[in-house]
Design a protein around this ligand. Structure first.
Ligand code: FAD
Length: 419
């Protein structure tokens, strides 16, 4: 009888969990081990801001319960850190010194926040948000502080600002650019979001960064901004991007760039080693480039594709479409695909009579094909837009109807599925 396949997964996030579930379904006899330095069952990182601000309880942050792993015959090694991959021996080394052999290995080790590199950046009170433990630390600190600063013009920065504000702290929100999230939103879209933030009492300081964190006896008490302002604050939430967790792969022979380089089947350059999620820089067939896409949906999708290939199947990553959805004080915002096209005649940006009534709807086409979409206020079409973009659907036949009342991309996606 053939020996059972030993699958090992590093990382119990969205990618790792979905991979474990898929492997279990496809290979009922295989040995599946998931290792994570965090001791907890998989949880939704995107729910942490709502947990901090009191909108959610702790239980609702988790994707699965404690007993999920045992019930599914998955060995979960929580609270264990992988320090080395010895690809030649098909073994991983844990911090404890224990060696873990594998037949197929999935690196779903995610990313961590980029550190703020300024004087005082290590002071107590400078916080990051990636883990449940960090969220609970912020909750504790929020009870002792009066004011906070959030730094970072992306989705996580605004989530930090909102969480601080909802904890009752005087909140200043610093963004380096001249408007909110200029990488994804155009000026109209940014303005809609900024209006909501300001109406809730968040002070938005644009074109501002942090020069220095000022402290006393190891604790921060203020920040000095790049324009020279000194803002008193007991907490500084930093959200200036993420970096993939790659340190333990040094010397393994794995090819990495900003992430682990994998092809469109999520295979690395080494036999039987795959990568998925925030740690993977996967070949995007539509652009021919290797890209990191940091989203929950992408992590799940890649986890599943990797698992299918690891267990003898055939699955290929379709073109990667950036998919960002956030709800800011009840205002849903979705940015999908290429929202800010380069100034180029090839692109056509359609907005109908939006913005109106606090809502926005924008579709971007290239040679008739939908390549980007932004929805603010009403985002029910977001998934359909993602599907239409991923599949490269030509909207030319509907060009003049796209903004007529009642027109809905969901119907179009359905029709495209059943031609
Ligand atoms: C506050 C917050 C809000 C977010 N909001 C959204 C959102 O609204 N929408 C969205 O799509 N995405 C959002 N994201 C991003 C999303 O959570 C990530 O893209 C997703 O979690 C990536 O999943 P992953 O499995 O690749 O990595 P992760 O979730 O980072 O999991 C990787 C795991 O690997 C473990 N690990 C790493 N190295 C080792 C090692 N050497 N040994 C052992 N274990 C290791 C880590 O402990 C971690 O648990 C948000 C993220 C955060 C932090």
């Amino acid at each position: 009888m053939e020996a059972e396949m030993r699958y090992v997964i590093v990382g119990n996030g969205g990618a790792g969990l979905r991979a474990a579930q898929t492997l279990r379904k496809r290979d009922p006899q295989g040995e599946i081990t998931v290792v994570d330095r965090e001791p907890l069952p998989c949880y939704y990182r995107m729910r942490l801001p709502d947990y901090i601000s009191g909108w959610r309880d702790r239980d609702s942050v988790f994707v699965v319960r404690d007993d999920f792993y045992a019930e599914n015959g998955i060995r979960f090694l929580g609270g264990r850190t992988v320090v080395e991959v010895r690809a030649g021996e098909k073994t991983m080394l844990l911090e404890s010194g224990e060696a873990l052999p594998y037949d197929r290995l999935l690196l779903a080790c995610g990313a961590r926040p980029r550190k703020l590199d300024v004087p005082g950046g290590e002071l107590d009170g400078v916080v990051y948000l990636r883990t449940l433990e960090q969220a609970e630390d912020i909750i504790r600190r929020g009870k002792e502080a009066d004011s906070a600063v959030a730094l970072g013009g992306g989705l996580l920065g605004v989530e930090m600002a909102r969480a601080f504000n909802e904890m009752g702290l005087r909140t200043r929100y610093l963004i380096r650019e001249d408007r909110f999230w200029p990488q994804m939103l155009d000026a109209e879209g940014s303005r809609l979001v900024e209006r909501v933030l300001e109406s809730k009492g968040i002070e938005l300081l644009k074109e501002e960064g942090i020069e220095e964190v000022i402290g006393e006896e190891g604790r921060m008490k203020a920040v000095r901004t790049t324009s020279g302002r000194e803002l008193p604050a007991g907490l500084l939430g930093v959200a200036i991007g993420v970096v993939s967790n790659l340190e333990f792969l040094e010397g393994s022979g794995l090819e990495t760039d900003r992430g682990i380089l994998v092809d469109d089947r999520l295979r690395s350059n080494l036999p039987d080693i795959y990568a998925a999620g925030d740690a993977a820089q996967a070949l995007d067939r539509s652009s021919g480039e290797h890209r990191i896409v940091t989203s929950w949906l992408n992590a799940q999708r890649q986890g599943e594709i990797a698992a299918v290939n690891m267990s003898g199947g055939e699955a290929v990553l379709e073109g990667v479409v950036p998919y960002n959805v956030i709800v800011i004080y009840g205002l849903p915002v979705a940015c999908i695909g290429l929202d800010l096209p380069p100034e180029n005649e090839e692109y056509e940006v359609l907005t109908g009579d939006y913005p109106r009534e606090g809502k926005y709807r924008k579709l971007v086409r290239r040679e008739g094909i939908l390549v980007g979409a932004t929805f603010i206020g009403e985002i029910g079409e977001a998934r359909a837009a993602e599907e239409l973009i991923r599949r490269g659907v030509d909207l030319s036949a509907w060009r003049d109807r796209l903004f007529l009342p009642g027109f809905d991309l969901r119907q179009l996606a359905k029709d495209a599925n059943n031609p």
